[in-house]
Design a binder for this molecule. Structure first.
Ligand code: GLC
Length: 503
C-alpha cells in the first residue's frame, strides 16, 4: 500500500488570532500566517492546521461560526485564504482547516431565524430543560423570548445543531465541499464526539467532556463520518479528517477511525499522561494496539502548555521534560501534532490580569477557572516590545505578552545551538531523514526503572522520567539528545535518539 501523506505527518496547529498580525490591529490574521510560511517550512513541519477564521462574533475565539463559507474581516478575506493555500502548497505544506459542526454562533442566520420562530428544528429547542451543564460552566439551556429553551453544550452564544434533521447533514456536506474546492487538504473536526444527543435528552450523572454519555459519543455520529469519508475519498489528493475526540478508552477512540470513517483522531491520552515512564508506556501500548493510524499531541489551544504541566520543584524541569517528551513523541509511529510556540518552549502565561481575559470559561465559571487564554498569548517573533514582532502595527496584542517572551522569541533563539527552536528543527529534520528506514512498528527494549527504551528498526529512543541517571542501551551512534548526556549516561528529564546498524 502506498503510504498516505498524513500517516507520519507532523502537523503544526496555528491559533490564527495569536500567530502573526500583518494588518497591525493586534489580532493575528491569514496574511500574517502567509508571511510566516517560510518559517514553518524551515521548522520542518509537513502541514498546518488553521483554527477557525470564519465570520464570527468571537464569543469563543471563532468557535462560534456565523458563516461557514467566509473569512472574518478581522482575519482577512477569502482571497487571502486562497493566496495562503497556494503559497503553502508551493512550499510543500498541506493545509487543514477547522470545521465546527456541533454548534453554530447565535449570530448564524439559521439561529436568527429560529429566534423568530422559523426553522427551530435545525437546533434543539424544548419547552422544558434537563440537568445538562455547559462544558464552560452553568446550565446548558437558555430561555428565549417566547419561553422555549435551546441547548448549548458550550457558551449560550453557541447553540447546538439538531443532527437528527437531514438539512443539517446537507449543509455540512456542502460546507466541506466549499473548502475542498478551495484546495484544503483536510479538516480538523471540532467536538467530533458531540453532534448527536441521546433521544429524549435524559438527565445525566457524569457529564465530563471525556465520557460516553447521553450527551457525547452517540452511535449515530458515526454515520456522519462515513458520509464525510465518502466525500473526501471522492476528491483527488488524499484529503483527510482528524477528529477532536475526547474519550476515556482507546477502544472508543478506535470507533472513530474505522476504515470508512475518520482518518485520524487526536489521542489526548498522551497529553493527559503524567510525567512517568509506566504512564507513557501504557498510553503507547494502548494506542498502538487499538488504533490503526496513531496520532500524538502534547499541547493545543485548549490545555495548559506542556512545559508548564511538566514543571517540577527544580527550576528548568518543565522545559527539560518538554524537550524530552518531544523526542519521545517524534520517535513513535504515527503522526504528531505540534502547537504554535511549543518550538520556542513557551510556558503557560498564568498571571494574565482578569481584565485581559477573554475565554468564556473564565466568565462562565465566574472567574473560578482561569480559562485557556494562558496558552493563547501571541507568539514572540522578535526581542523588542510592544508586541515582540507579533503585530506589524503599534496596536497592543489582543492578549498581553509577559516580559519573559523576549528571551523566548524566535529572534533570540535563531542560530543558537542549544535553543529549543534549533532543537525542534534538528529533531524534525532527523525524523525526515530516518523516515525511509524505520518501520511503522515499535519494539520495547529492556529499560531501567523510571526510563523507557524502544526501537524502530535502526532508531533507538530512550527517555528518562526517573530521578537518577541511567545507562544508555548500548554503543550506538547518538543522533540527538534533548539535553546534555553525561559519560554515556542519560540524566533525568532527558531523552536521546540513537542509531544502530541495520541488522
Ligand atoms: C473545541 C475547541 C475549543 C472550543 C470548543 C467549542 O473543544 O477546541 O477551543 O471552545 O470546541 O467549540
Amino acid at each position: 500500500m502506498e503510504i498516505p501523506w498524513w500517516r507520519d505527518a507532523v502537523v503544526y496547529e496555528i491559533y490564527v488570532r495569536s500567530f502573526a498580525d500583518a494588518s497591525g490591529d493586534g489580532v493575528g490574521d491569514l496574511a500574517g500566517v502567509r508571511e510566516r510560511l517560510p518559517y514553518l517550512r524551515r521548522l520542518g513541519v509537513d502541514a498546518i492546521w488553521l483554527t477557525p477564521f470564519y465570520p464570527s462574533p468571537m464569543a469563543d475565539g471563532g468557535y462560534d461560526v456565523a458563516d461557514y463559507r467566509g473569512v472574518d474581516p478581522l482575519f482577512g478575506s477569502l482571497a487571502d485564504f486562497e493566496a495562503l493555500v497556494a503559497d503553502a502548497h508551493e512550499l510543500g505544506l498541506r493545509v487543514l482547516v477547522d470545521v465546527v459542526p456541533n454548534h453554530s454562533s447565535a449570530a448564524h442566520p439559521w439561529f436568527q431565524a429560529a429566534l423568530r420562530g422559523e426553522g427551530r428544528e435545525r437546533y434543539i429547542f424544548r419547552d422544558t430543560t434537563n440537568n445538562w451543564q455547559s462544558t464552560f460552566g452553568g446550565p446548558a439551556w437558555t430561555r428565549v423570548a417566547d419561553g422555549q429553551y435551546y441547548l448549548h453544550l458550550f457558551a449560550p452564544e453557541q447553540p447546538d445543531f439538531n443532527w437528527r434533521n437531514p438539512e443539517v447533514h446537507e449543509e455540512f456536506l456542502d460546507v466541506l465541499r466549499f473548502w475542498l474546492d478551495r484546495g484544503v487538504d483536510g479538516f480538523r473536526i471540532d467536538v467530533a464526539m458531540g453532534l448527536y444527543k441521546a433521544e429524549g435528552l435524559p438527565n445525566v450523572g457524569d457529564q465530563s467532556f471525556t465520557s460516553v454519555s447521553p450527551v457525547w459519543g452517540q452511535p449515530e455520529v458515526h454515520g456522519v463520518y462515513r458520509d464525510w469519508r465518502r466525500l473526501l475519498d471522492g476528491y483527488p489528493g488524499e484529503r483527510m479528517a482528524v477528529g477532536e475526540v475526547w474519550t476515556d478508552s482507546p477502544e472508543d477512540l478506535a470507533q472513530y477511525v474505522r476504515p470508512d470513517e475518520l482518518h485520524q483522531s487526536f489521542n489526548f491520552a498522551w497529553l493527559q499522561a503524567p510525567w512517568s515512564a509506566p504512564a507513557f508506556r501504557k498510553v503507547i501500548e494502548d494506542t498502538l494496539s487499538t488504533v490503526p493510524f496513531a496520532t500524538w499531541v502534547l499541547s493545543n489551544h485548549d490545555v495548559v502548555r506542556h512545559r508548564t504541566r511538566y514543571e517540577g520543584t527544580e527550576p528548568g524541569t518543565g522545559l527539560a521534560r518538554a524537550r524530552a517528551a518531544l523526542l519521545a513523541m517524534l520517535a513513535l509511529p504515527g503522526s504528531a501534532y505540534l502547537y504554535q510556540g511549543e518550538e520556542l518552549g513557551l510556558p503557560e502565561v498564568t498571571d494574565l490580569p482578569d481584565e485581559a481575559r477573554q475565554d468564556p470559561v473564565f466568565f462562565q465559571s465566574k472567574g473560578e477557572l482561569p480559562g485557556r487564554d494562558g496558552c493563547r498569548v501571541p507568539i514572540p517573533w522578535t526581542v523588542d516590545p510592544p508586541s515582540h514582532g507579533f503585530s506589524a502595527g503599534a496596536a497592543e496584542p489582543w492578549l498581553p505578552q509577559p516580559e519573559s517572551f523576549a528571551e523566548l522569541s524566535v529572534e533570540k533563539q535563531e542560530g543558537v545551538a542549544d535553543s529549543t527552536l534549533e532543537f525542534y528543527r534538528r529533531a524534525l529534520a532527523c525524523r525526515h531523514e530516518l523516515a525511509g528506514e524505520i518501520p511503522y512498528s515499535l519494539e520495547w527494549l529492556e529499560s531501567p526503572e523510571g526510563a523507557l527504551f524502544f526501537t524502530r528498526g535502526t532508531l533507538v529512543c530512550a527517555i528518562n522520567c526517573g530521578a537518577h541517571a541511567v545507562r544508555l542501551p548500548g554503543h550506538e551512534e547518538v543522533l540527538l539528545s534533548s539535553g546534555p548526556l553525561r559519560n554515556g549516561l542519560l540524566p533525568p528529564d532527558t531523552a536521546v535518539w540513537l542509531r544502530r546498524p541495520a541488522s
